[in-house]
Design a protein around this ligand. Structure first.
Ligand SMILES: [Zn+2]
Length: 495
């Protein structure tokens, strides 16, 4: 039996977003729990598809003593405020010092956190920094294993300061808890005395989010290759596509492989690296304009739903979740039957609650972020109201206790718009059912999501169009002005 400290500190930072992420965002629950410290961590994550939940279950099965320190996450957004990072670190440090001595440490990290003091040149690699500070307390020999998001930008420092990293294998992320379980299995090998070699490669091109989906090629086949090589080589291996909306030195995809046989681990990493480079040109697909997507959907007839993924305003990639470009297009083309969600507009949700179901009211809806088309002004009917509290039912948000603040379903002619008070990616049918909408009965469904929606919506979709309307979660990376990437890293998909 080992005494294992466990902690989580997660943020996916879009450095092209101007709004910083403050302490409030970590304290507030969204789809995931708000900040928890000490033993309440167990209850907060129980039953969820979160990596630390999978680690807890597997480590408990091995009868280890777990010491919960802290778990904090915030929705993807702009750089983490210095005081938020330092406050959370101070809490984690205190808990860790009290927990000492420990035999091992498990961390649930995202791997793409950037803090605002990046410009001062202090902390660019927020997880590498965190690991270094932890190492200063626990020393060089206590094993550290971390579970990371599929969108982690893994730096050399993160590899050097940890003993092993396990990474989600799916996008939509339906295996988060399983990644924690795999971390526990790797840690078990280390605690049993195995010394694992670390093989690591950085890949010299960025991959736009919509083409990182593991339900489609090339990553569907590449992920099968990971599993095959892992079995054959007795290694723990990962392809990590990374989070491209981060203008940092270590942005981009990586591969890692850990095994007791150094040559075998290096060989697996090299095979995966070569396979990624061979597929370079295939990480692409059609991006639709809002006008073309709406006219295509309106011209299409038949059973099933046409999904317009409003990918660039996906709050899951740090965007505001309130742009109106596609809504304007639906109005302009007089769509008779469409439903869009989730649009973040707390004032509109509050006004709808004050007016009540059945009332009509003048609203200037959305676009309060100032991004993209103007707010959609009009006379709306309040069709349904909700308190924003419900449980996720789809594979991605399964079991998550949502708290999206006051919600309302507003109708403008044939267009139904689901409004929330907290921004959240539209990746679960329960979000629609909460406001009385059956997604399968919609002709056109507009979802503010890039890929995660596929987990719960693919089965009802006749067609999926990835739309490049206004938003900060940019799909065509060549349009962004990167300044800090490593020399030789390409933002285009051309060979
Ligand atoms: Zn992710």
């Amino acid at each position: 039996m080992a005494r294992i400290a466990i902690a989580g500190f997660l943020h996916e930072t879009n450095t092209f977003v101007q709004r910083t992420t403050g302490m409030d965002a970590f304290l507030t629950a969204d789809a995931w729990p708000g900040l928890v410290q000490g033993p309440t961590l167990f209850d907060a994550v129980a039953g969820t598809n979160i990596a630390i939940a999978g680690f807890i279950k597997e480590a408990a099965a091995h009868h280890h003593q777990l010491v919960p320190l802290l778990w904090a996450s915030a929705n993807p957004s702009g750089p983490v405020a210095q005081d938020a990072y330092e406050q959370i670190w101070a809490m984690l440090k205190r808990e860790l010092e009290q927990a000492m001595p420990v035999d091992a440490l498990f961390l649930d990290l995202h791997g793409a956190m950037v803090v605002e003091h990046i410009d001062a040149g202090q902390i660019e690699d927020a997880e590498g920094e965190l690991l270094e500070r932890i190492r200063a307390i626990i020393g060089p020999d206590v094993p550290i294993v971390a579970a990371l998001d599929f969108h982690a930008n893994i730096s050399p420092r993160m590899v050097a300061l940890s003993d092993a990293l396990t990474v989600y294998r799916t996008y939509p992320h339906v295996d988060m808890s399983d990644t924690g379980r795999r971390a526990a299995i790797v840690l078990q090998r280390i605690l049993a005395g195995e010394r694992l070699h670390k093989a690591y490669r950085q890949i010299p091109f960025l991959i736009p989010l919509p083409w990182q989906c593991t339900l489609i090629e090339p990553l569907a086949a590449l992920m099968h290759l990971v599993e095959q090589l892992e079995r054959d080589g007795n290694v723990s291996a990962s392809i990590v596509p990374g989070f491209p909306l981060a203008d940092i030195y270590d942005c981009g995809p990586t591969v890692v492989a850990y095994g007791s046989d150094a040559a075998a681990s290096e060989a697996v990493a090299q095979r995966l690296y070569d396979a990624m480079l061979a597929q370079r040109a295939t990480f692409s697909g059609r991006l639709w304009s809002a006008a073309d997507a709406v006219s295509h959907a309106l011209a299409s007839s038949g059973d099933g739903t046409i999904i317009l993924a409003d990918s660039q305003d996906n709050p899951g990639g740090g965007a505001a979740g309130d742009t109106t470009d596609i809504l304007h297009e639906l109005v302009r083309q007089r769509a008779p039957d469409a439903c869009a969600g989730l649009l973040c507009d707390p004032a509109a949700a509050a006004a709808a609650h004050a007016a009540g179901v059945g009332a009509t009211l003048e609203l200037v809806l959305g676009a309060h972020s100032g991004i993209g088309a103007a707010p959609l002004a009009g006379r709306y009917t309040v069709e349904a109201l909700g308190n924003g509290r419900f449980t996720g039912t789809g594979p991605f948000y399964l079991g998550c206790k949502m708290d999206l603040g006051t919600m309302a379903r507003l109708r403008l002619d044939g267009i139904q718009i689901l409004v929330s008070s907290h921004k959240q990616q539209a990746a679960d049918q329960a979000m629609f059912r909460h406001l009385g909408i059956d997604p399968a009965r919609q002709h056109i469904l507009v979802l503010k999501s890039s890929v995660h929606f596929r987990a719960d919506f693919s089965q009802l979709a006749r067609e999926i169009l990835i739309v490049a309307a206004s938003g900060e979660n940019v799909a065509d990376l060549a349009k962004l002005h990167y300044q800090r990437l490593r020399p030789g890293v390409s933002t285009g998909i051309e060979i």
